[in-house]
Ligand binder design. Sequence first.
Ligand code: GLN
Ligand code: ZN
Length: 769
Amino acid sequence: MIQATNLGFPRIGLHRELKWAVEGYWAGRTSEDALQETARQLRARHWQWQQEAGLDQIPSNDFSLYDHVLDTIALVGAVPERFGWKGETVDLTTYFAMARGVQEKELEARGLEGTGVPPLEMTKWFDTNYHYLVPEFHPEQRFRLASTKPIDEYLEAKALGIETRPVLLGPVSFLLLGRATVAHLDPLTLLDRLLPVYAEVLHRLKAAGARYVQMDEPCLVLDLPPGARQAYEQAYAALNRPEHPALVLTTYFGGLEENLPLALSLPVAAVHLDLVRAPEQLDSALAHLPEDRILSLGLVDGRNVWRTDLDVAASMLRRAVDALGRERVWVGPSCSLLHVPIDLDAEPELDPEIRPWMAFARQKLDEVVTLKCLVNEGEAAAGDRLEAARRARQERLTSARRIDPEVRRRLATLSPEMSRRGRPFAERYALQRTRLKLPPLPTTTIGSFPQTDELRRQRAAFRRGELSRAAYEQFLEATIAETIARQEAIGLDVLVHGEPERSDMVEYFAEQLQGFLVTQNGWVQSYGTRCVRPPILYGDVARRSPMTVRWTTFAQRCTARPVKGILTGPVTILQWSFVRDDQPRADTCRQIALALRDEVADLEAAGIAVIQIDEPALREGLPLRRRDWPAYLEWAVECFRLASCVVRDETQIHTHMCYADFEDILEAIAALDADVISIEAARSRMALLDAFRRFHYPNAIGPGVYDIHSPRVPSVEEIEALLERALEVIPAERLWVNPDCGLKTRRWAEVEPALRHMVQAAVQPRQDQ
Ligand code: GLN
Ligand code: ZN
C-alpha cells in the first residue's frame, strides 16, 4: 500500500516555546535541563500530532535547538578551531558559541583572554527565508562523531511508542553548503574523511532499530559544480550497506532536471521528488526509476499556505501507482514543513472567507493522509475531507475576493513610459542637488531608529485596545518629532521619520493593502530563535488609502531639512510573504508595484523630495538555477521601476540593499536606475566597491560605513578610513555617507555617538572637494 510520509515538522512550537526557552537559557534564566525538557516536550507533541494524523513515516532529528546544519556540524565534529572545543561531544556552550559568537565580556567571565570570537557565517537556505550556519572547512579538516543526537531522538520517539525515520543532511550537500577557509580547498575533497562518520551514525541508527533514514540532498536541484556527481556516486555507494538502514534520498525546492539520471542511479531504497515545484519530472522519473526503488512523491506544497488540489495530486499519485505498483509509491509534502506555520486552527480571527482556502503544517499532513486513503481505498475512504477540500478550492476559484477588475484593467494598460524616468541620471541628479541644497558627501540613515521598550509597550497596549488610537498616534508623533530633533542635533543632512509606527517593514504595508492577510500565530523560523510572520497575499493587490504619507509629512513639518520617505519595495514585499499560487509571481509583483507607485506619487505631491524604496530581498528572489536568473531579474527590475518612475526628475529616488553580496547582480541593480543606492558594505570593509568599480556603476552610492549589526561604536578614524577607500572608487559627487542598514535593533546610546562620528568623518573629505 502507498505510505504517507513527512520530511520534517516545524520546531519552534505553536507559541514559539522553543524561542522563549532558548533565549531564557542564553540570558541565564533557564537551566540547561529546563531547556532540554521544553525541547523534549515539543518533540513529543509534534510526533504525537503526526501519529494522530495517520502518517506511516514520521521524521525524527528534524528538530533542532538552533539549526539543522549546525547540528550536522556538531554531529561530525567540524567545530572550527577558534571555539577552543576539546571535548568528546559538542556541548551546548560550544554549540551556541558557533551560532552566536562569544563576546569579550563572556570570555572574561570564563577567565579567558581575547577579544571575542566571531560566530559561523549565516546564509540563506536555498530560496527560503530560513538561514543556516555555514560549515567552515580547512585543509587539515578532520571529522569524528561528536554528537549522538540522531540516535538519541530516534530512541526518544521509540520510547513514546512512535517509530520514526531519522533525517540527516546528506554528506554531499553538507560539504557543498560549506565554505573553505582557503581558496585552494574544494570541500568535496573532504568526502573520504567525512563518510566514515556518516557510516558510524547509520550503523548506530540501525542498531537502535531504524529501518529507514532520510538523507536530505537538496543540492541535487542546483547546477552542480565539478566533482559533485562523482561525490554523490562515491558517497551513496559507501553508505548503502546491509548494516545500515535503508536510505531515502530526498530532493526538494526544485526539479532535478539534468541531475535526474544521477539521482535515480544512486543505490538507495527510495527517492523523493518535489512535484509541486517541478511536476513535469514525474514522467521521466517513472520511466527511468530502477526496479528496486520506491518513489516518494512530494505533492503537498511545503513552501506555501494554500490547500492542495487533491484531484490533481491524486491523479499524479495514481499515475505513479499504475507504473510502479502501490508498494513502490509514497506520498508526502514537497519538502520539510519547516517553512510554513504550524496550525491553521490557531488563527480564529483570520478572515472567515479566506481561511478555508489554506492549510498550515498540521492541515498539510491531513492532506497527505487523505491522498493516501484516496488512492489506496478510493473516494469513499477519503470522505468528508475530500469534499471539504473540493468545496474550498471551488470557493477560492470563484471568489470575488481574489479578483479586482480595476486592478486587472490597470495592469492591462501598462506602458513602457511608466517605468522610465524623464532625463538621464546625470541631468536629474543635477536638478535634485539644486533643489535639495546638499553638501558634497551628504549624510543620511536607512530609515528606522531605535525601537525602544517604551515604543513596544505603547504599540502592544494599542493592539490590546488599552490605548486609544488618538493617544497612540499622539505618542508616535512625539516620537517622530524627537527623532527629527536628534538627527538635526547630530547634523545629518537627509533625515527620516524613524519608522516608529512599523513593527515590521513588510507587515506594516500588508496590513494596509487590499489582497493581504496577516496572522496572529503564523510564525516561521527565520534563523535560530528569530521567527517571522509572513503576511498572506491571497488576491489582487490595491492600495486602499495612503499608507505612509501622514507620518512622513508630519516629520517634514518638524524640520527645514529634507525628510526621506521610506517604503518597502515590491520585490521585498513579495519575497517575504506567502503569495498566491494561481498566477505568476511576476504578475503579483506588478500589482504590488502599482500600489506602491500610488504611494510614491502621493508622497511627492505632499512635497517629499526624497523617497527610498527598500529592496533588501532583491537578490534572494533569484531562482536556484542560473539560467532562470535573467527572466526573474527582468521583471523584478521592471517592478521597482514601475513603483518609482512616477516621480518628476527633481524628486530623488533612493533604494537600499543588505543581507547579501550583490556582486553578481550589479547589472540589474544599475538597471533599477535609482538615483542613490545605500548598500551594506562595512562588515566586508567595502570589498563590494571593487565590483562597483569594475562594473562602472553609474549612479550615486552610499556604501554603509557603520556596521549596525554590532553594538560597537565605530571611531571617527575608522569611518574616515572606509570613506577614503570608497573615494578611490566612487567620485565624491556621487558618494553618500550612511550606515549599513536600519537602526531599529540598536539603542540610542550607541546610535547617537556612532552617527556623530559618521557625520564628523565626512567633514574632511567634504573640505577637499
Ligand atoms: N528602512 C528599513 C529600516 O531602516 C530597511 C530595513 C532593511 O533593509 N532590512 O529598518
Ligand atoms: Zn538593510
